[in-house]
Design a binder for this molecule. Structure first.
Ligand code: GLA
Ligand code: ZN
Length: 679
């Protein structure tokens, strides 16, 4: 079962982005950095992310003579390299000569040269330059003993509205709709407002000053843009492979990223990695709540390839510099955030950045090595202390999470909900709803995976699909089969309203026959104002008690209900009608929550699902997170105290991996402490 990402590395990776090209005229800096890296227990660096202008200062003049000796020297000192393709930013000469490399904005206006992450994914001229560069890189560095993996570009994101992309979009649409414009017209319901197209070449991207009211077009544009970025990434991977690269590939993802469907992209890379920048100690949320959002993200990325560890490719030592308020992490928080990633299944703790750049826009961004350049800064000491701990727990590398609960999170569903002219744009909150459900399971010490409706569901005993507005083809049947075979499946208001083209399902919601699985139909969805006061009354079968729970944002009116009624509305025009139901169907149960409540208020439902699924749980004290990783012959339970107070847990047995002590009963967790129990 153990699935180590890098056989060369004994244990976990600790390192980060390193930019020696900024210091070539100060060779003593490299010497100093290597010494400090070793002191901090750093065993890997990511280089070359933004090195194009150093690799190729003028067109055709490619040389890696600056990088080669640095990579060798690092390797001699036990520090491996993750090598990036430099396509995240372009030299001035390139944009000057090949302006098509520069993206066009949503009005179709071409950018000027500058900044980064803004190339056109389809520009043939840019691709050719990239091909030459990536080929040269792979020819030079593939199979270097110090090379761990290829980091493709950097933080892919955004859309390009240039003419080349417009034509590619038309081609992509022609393929999707079998070269039949009427098929597209039907799918997009274009008779509405006389938006009918006669041919594919009439179709524009959804320009800000053009057609952006055809919802099918908007959605297909996002699908196309996912394809386009993936196509570019695949082109880079393919180029490296053709030139002899054999190492694994990754590209660094971003939290809750919206522009592209990561489920689609992830099929084409070897390892999932992401950049984690928590906003700790903020004024609107407790640290515990904020860290749970981090956990949700870790789960999302882990679940993209659930059978292997993922990588936390970037995180900030101390502080970032791009938020409205850039507050330092308080002492001890660095270790907690880093260990949380490992607990959730990361085999790496990596930073942006090893050394602060002396000038330009990131000169005040946190780094392992500050401008003062010494090993006695608070941040350096916290990084070094973590480095020692990571070394101690190296044996967890390659172990994986195996979870029995999952939450459905489809990118096109997110996009479609936000684009639907319905509900309230102030309170749709699909992401937040998923996070709240995740949090509720975490309170029971049960960690969910975050999957898509097209994933393999066979390992999960409980699946929650909140607001599954868009049903992909065949999903009704998939849910029906899942429940029939014994699964516990929970949905909410705003489920099963449209098909993959965003056309309303006819004959009642949820569509695709799901009304039978849930034993109900939804007839109205009502949007509440923030100060509307509505409640439901829940019957707790176990406790034999009734209690009243507030509803906010949304309430559906159900009809034709044959399912068991767990809760009923108490007031307003829905008074007395069902609000939460459970339907026995085949060997399993389908639950429907027709209104939005706080999740802890409907805890009864979670206990019911967990009991029916036969999952054993213990409710954790507030602020304690639990994650489990499994190796072939060991289980590692991670307990994180995100509170500032000492917290005690009982019923814990096993060996404390960090101290080597045996724990037999009570575990004391001090402020921000992480303990890993092996058994
Ligand atoms: C991103 C980028 C890095 C750096 C950091 C700063 O994650 O990938 O190059 O700019 O942000 O936080
Ligand atoms: Zn373009």
């Amino acid at each position: 079962m153990s699935k180590k990402l890098f056989p060369q590395i004994d244990g976990l990776l600790h390192g980060g982005d390193y930019n020696p090209e900024q210091w070539l005229d100060m060779p003593e800096i490299l010497e100093k950095d290597i010494k400090l890296m070793k002191e901090a227990g750093i065993n890997t660096v990511t280089m070359g992310v933004f090195s194009w202008a150093t690799h190729e200062p003028t067109e055709g003049n490619i040389s890696f003579d600056w990088l080669s000796p640095i990579m060798d020297k690092l390797y001699d000192n036990g520090i491996y390299t993750i090598l990036a393709t430099p396509t995240g930013a372009r030299p001035a000469w390139l944009d000057e000569k090949y302006p098509s490399a520069m993206r066009c904005d949503e009005r179709g206006v071409r950018n000027h040269h500058g900044v980064r992450h803004n190339h056109c994914m389809q520009s043939p001229e840019y691709r050719e330059k990239v091909r030459i560069m990536d080929t040269a890189l792979a020819k030079k560095f593939a199979n270097h003993p110090g090379l761990l993996m290829w980091h493709i570009s950097n933080e892919f994101g955004g859309y390009c509205y240039c003419d080349t992309c417009r034509k590619k979009f038309q081609e992509w649409l022609a393929n999707r709709y079998d070269h039949d414009i009427n098929k597209l017209n039907k799918a997009w319901w274009t008779t509405f407002w006389s938006h009918t197209f006669n041919s594919f070449d009439q179709i524009d991207p959804p320009y800000a000053n053009g057609e952006n009211c055809v919802l099918g077009l908007n959605l297909d544009w996002k699908r196309f843009s996912t394809w386009s970025a993936t196509d570019f990434m695949r082109f880079e991977i393919d180029t490296l492979r053709k030139a002899g690269a054999t190492e694994p590939t990754t590209t660094n993802y971003m939290e809750m990223f919206y522009d592209y469907d990561y489920h689609y992209m992830s099929q084409f890379i070897d390892v999932i990695s992401w950049d984690n920048y928590p906003e700790m100690h903020n004024s609107w949320q407790s640290d515990a709540e904020h860290l749970l959002e981090r956990s949700f993200n870790h789960a999302l990325f882990r679940s993209l390839k659930p059978d292997q560890p993922f990588m936390m490719m970037e995180s900030a030592p101390g502080v970032v510099n791009w938020r409205p308020y850039n507050k330092y992490r308080r002492p001890g928080m660095h270790k907690l955030i880093s260990m949380q990633a490992v607990a959730a299944g990361s085999d790496t703790v990596q930073y942006f950045q090893i050394r602060k750049s002396r000038g330009s826009s990131e000169q005040w961004h946190g780094a392992v090595i500050d401008h003062i350049g010494t090993n006695d800064t608070r941040i350096f000491k916290e990084v070094a202390s973590l480095g020692a701990d990571l070394k101690n727990i190296g044996e967890v590398a390659g172990s994986i999470s195996k979870n029995q609960v999952a939450i459905l999170f489809d990118w096109d569903n997110r996009w479609a909900i936000d684009d639907a002219w319905a509900l309230s744009n102030e309170t749709k909150n699909f992401d937040k709803t998923c996070i709240e459900i995740y949090n509720e399971f975490m309170r029971f010490g049960i960690e969910p995976d975050i999957i898509s409706s097209d994933s393999d569901w066979s390992n999960y005993k409980i699946i929650c699909a909140p607001m599954l507005y868009v049903l992909h083809d065949g999903i009704g049947e998939k849910i029906s089969d899942y429940v029939e075979a014994g699964g516990q499946f929970a949905s909410t208001y705003f489920t099963g309203y449209v098909n993959k083209d965003l056309l309303a399902n006819l004959g009642g919601f949820p569509g695709q026959g799901l009304d039978k699985v849930f034993g109900l139909k939804s007839e109205e969805i009502d949007t509440l104002y923030p100060d509307d006061r509505v409640t439901i009354n829940i019957y707790d079968k176990v406790k034999g008690t009734y209690h009243s729970v507030p509803v906010h944002d949304y309430q559906e009116m159900l009809r034709d209900v044959t399912a068991d009624i767990i809760a009923r509305y108490e007031n307003d025009y829905l008074a007395g009608k069902p609000a939460i139901t459970a339907n026995a169907y085949g060997e399993g149960h389908a639950y429907y929550v027709a209104c939005r409540t706080a999740q802890p208020d409907i805890e009864y439902l979670y206990r019911e699902m967990l009991d029916k699924a036969g999952i054993v749980y213990t409710k954790l004290p507030i602020g304690i997170e639990k994650h489990i990783r499994y190796a072939d012959d060991a289980q590692y339970d991670f307990y994180l105290n995100t509170n500032t107070d000492t917290t005690f847990l009982t019923g814990i047995h096993g060996r404390d991996l960090l101290t080597g002590e045996d724990i037999d009963g009570t575990l004391e967790l001090k402020k921000y402490q992480v303990t890993i129990i092996k058994h």
